[in-house]
Design a protein around this ligand. Structure first.
Ligand code: B1M
Length: 215
């Protein structure tokens, strides 16, 4: 669809005014907020990352891209998501966070919002979360699921440390672990002993529902 390309192009060019205008138009036409994220904004962020790698964009551009993404999520997409008929049934409790050393929170926050919209209670611990903090929160909130997000190839290794810490605390059998984030793969999830992997926020909701049924 042309509108997805247009949003993507303007996001890559960091034109926040145009991005907002196009998203408003798309929402009015009935395009779903999750499609806008997955077909326009996320591919745009990948391209922005590539421009950064090539030295055509700098850290300042990454920061601006992150800010625009957050603004359109808060102002336009999350309100639309809430309106689009969230299930009211109360599902389980998910403790979620971006692992230690990692400050990327856009994808994790989208996953958290989608889980909330689907009826999960979500405790969002934010970014740079240590294994000890995850364990503490699992105990405190009696969580059914722990969600770990990482965007750096270096920090994804922290996911294993969280699983180890859950084992040490005797909680590993009581809680399911789902992992995700750009560098994470299903193979990596298996290798570190996670229960599940999700590619995006829509899949994360489906996977979390399945994880609870299996318990
Ligand atoms: Co950074 N950064 N960054 N960055 N950044 C990446 C990740 C990078 C791939 C860019 C690149 O070079 N191509 C690269 C990592 C390379 C690598 O590890 N191999 C990189 C780098 C190098 C860095 C710094 C080291 C740069 C520096 O300082 N020199 C630095 C690290 C800081 C740190 O964390 N310690 C850094 C900093 C930043 C900013 C702070 C400026 C900013 C983040 C702002 C913020 O989050 N508040 C930023 C940004 C914006 C990016 C890119 C461009 C975009 C990330 C993003 O928001 N994507 C990114 C490029 C890329 O991703 N290819 C890049 C959109 C978001 C919707 O997608 O996060 O993938 P994503 O989330 C998806 C799925 O992955 C999945 O669902 C989400 C929704 O669909 N998902 C889950 C995510 N978590 C999940 C959890 C689940 C399930 C699914 O279950 C629990």
């Amino acid at each position: 669809m042309e509108i997805f390309n247009e949003i993507k192009k303007n996001m890559v060019e960091l034109d926040d005014v145009k991005v907002k205008q196009l998203i408003e138009e798309a929402l009015k036409k009935g395009v779903s907020p999750t499609e806008i994220v997955e077909k326009s904004l996320r591919p745009a962020m990948v391209e922005i990352g590539e421009l950064f790698e090539k030295g055509e964009y700098f850290l300042a551009e990454l920061v601006v891209a992150g800010d625009i993404f957050k603004e359109v999520m808060d102002e336009l997409l999350l309100p639309a998501l809430r309106k689009s008929g969230a299930e009211i049934e109360k599902l389980g409790t998910v403790v979620i966070g971006t692992v230690k050393g990692d400050l990327h929170d856009i994808g994790k926050s989208i996953v958290a919002s989608m889980l909330r919209a689907a009826g999960f209670e979500v405790i969002d611990l934010g970014v740079d979360v240590s294994p000890e903090k995850f364990v503490e929160a699992v105990k405190k909130y009696n969580a059914n699921i722990v969600g770990l997000s990482a965007l750096l190839t270096t920090t994804m290794l922290e996911m294993k440390n969280v699983i180890e810490e859950l084992k040490k605390a005797g909680l590993r059998d009581k809680v399911k672990v789902i992992v995700g984030g750009a560098p994470v793969t299903p193979e990596f999830a298996k290798e570190i002993g996670a229960d599940a992997y999700a590619r995006d926020a829509v899949e994360a909701v489906e996977v979390c529902k399945k994880l609870l049924k299996r318990k």
